[in-house]
Design a protein around this ligand. Structure first.
Ligand code: PLP
Length: 367
């Protein structure tokens, strides 16, 4: 593959290769890493092999009862040409937390990191290097732990499998992220106290599709989830965490709902709180009610709202629909604090700015 030297060329090339890279999660890299667990033998060694079908019993527990958890993290090509993975230790810890909630034996951090190194080293050439000023594509890594035992009794499985696959996804382009209209779900809830909302459990996601379809019918792109107990506190946006900005300029305050067991503790959320402090903003973890969100937007107190997650980094919210009410956030565009945080995060990931200690794991180049 030829080297791509400018942003412009990169876009053309991406388009010319369609559908290979732009559609999120549709086309995978050449390899995958697998391992298996049994009660007697524990975890097997990792195996790097071509990406392909898995052997599976039709009575596999994961398929029937959903004993499955996953992660999502990214490797980025940096401006110096090296590839590094963003905060894999945090993703390893969260996968272990998710596993414990689903009575799955946690994968040791060492195996998680070794698997990431193996796959990224093998498939990093699929990440084109697009030059110092141009945004690179990134490699989205999907670790999965699932109950592989063939058994239909209602009890935790006695055999598990680990899988790591990857796909190439779009870079962050100079135009920055595009604001989305969002829709508040009042009929469905994503997570409930005592449930599984705080972990990346596979079964948390398909139940959101119906609300997502309702949002789309209302002309919106994402679903705002309210808490299930009081039905008023804003929790998350689709599969992303939410942030509110109060005020403007250097005195702006960056606010996000506290993790209370129903929110997924996003690594991007944690990173943005850190970077917001580095940029000089005051940060607060504070519950925001949906009516308060609307009133503070009307009063000009809340000036920006955005969502955060590994896939898109930062997604600005342009407008909100809640029942018959509809309101705009700021002027409906991506706000300055949103863009500053987006740039700070992608700057760290791509090597434009220094990373806090321990945030980047360099992957050895392919031998
Ligand atoms: C994965 C996820 C997030 C974002 O987590 P990151 O670690 O930032 O990618 C937020 N909310 C939900 C429901 C998620 O599944």
């Amino acid at each position: 593959m030829t080297d791509i030297v400018t942003d412009r060329t990169a876009r053309t090339t991406v388009a010319a290769q369609a559908p290979k890279s732009p559609e999120f999660g549709a086309s995978f890299t050449a390899h995958m890493v697998t391992a298996s667990w049994t009660a007697d033998g524990g975890w097997s060694p990792l195996v790097l092999q071509p990406h392909g079908p898995l052997p599976m019993s039709p009575a596999m527990v994961g398929l029937h009862y959903g004993q499955v958890v996953f992660e999502g993290l990214k490797a980025h090509r940096r401006t110096d040409g090296t590839v590094s993975v963003f905060r894999p230790d945090r993703h390893a810890a969260r996968l272990a937390e998710s596993a414990r909630r689903l009575a799955i034996p946690p994968l040791p951090e060492r195996l998680f990191l070794d698997a990431v190194d193996l796959l990224v080293a093998a498939d990093q050439d699929e990440l084109q290097h697009v030059g110092p000023n141009a945004p690179a594509l990134s490699l989205y890594l999907r670790p999965l732990l699932y109950a592989s035992e063939a058994h239909l009794g209602l009890r935790p499985a006695r055999e598990y499998a680990f899988l790591l696959i990857a796909f190439v996804t779009g870079g962050f382009f100079a135009d920055g992220p595009e604001p989305v209209p969002v829709w508040v779900s009042t009929r469905h809830h994503r997570a409930a106290p005592g449930g599984t909302g705080a972990v990346k459990f596979a079964g948390n996601y398909a139940p959101t599709y119906l609300a997502q379809e309702e949002a789309a019918r209302a002309g919106c792109r994402q679903v705002v989830w309210l808490d299930a107990a009081e039905r008023r506190w804003v929790e998350e946006l689709g599969g992303m965490n939410l942030f509110f900005v109060r005020g403007r300029g250097a005195g702006a305050q960056v606010v996000t709902p506290p993790l209370g067991g129903t929110l997924l503790p996003g690594v991007t959320r944690d990173s943005l709180l850190h970077l917001a402090t580095r940029l000089g903003y005051e940060t607060r973890e504070e519950r925001v009610a949906v009516d308060q969100w609307r009133a503070e937007c009307a009063a000009g107190t809340i000036t920006e709202t955005f969502a955060s997650g590994t896939a898109a980094a930062v997604t600005p919210v342009g407008s909100v629909r809640h029942g018959d009410a509809e309101w705009r956030i700021g002027d409906g565009g991506a706000g300055p604090v949103t863009l500053a945080l987006h740039n700070a995060l992608t700057g760290v990931q791509t090597g434009r700015s220094p990373a806090p200690d321990g945030w980047l794991r360099k992957v050895p180049p392919r031998r």
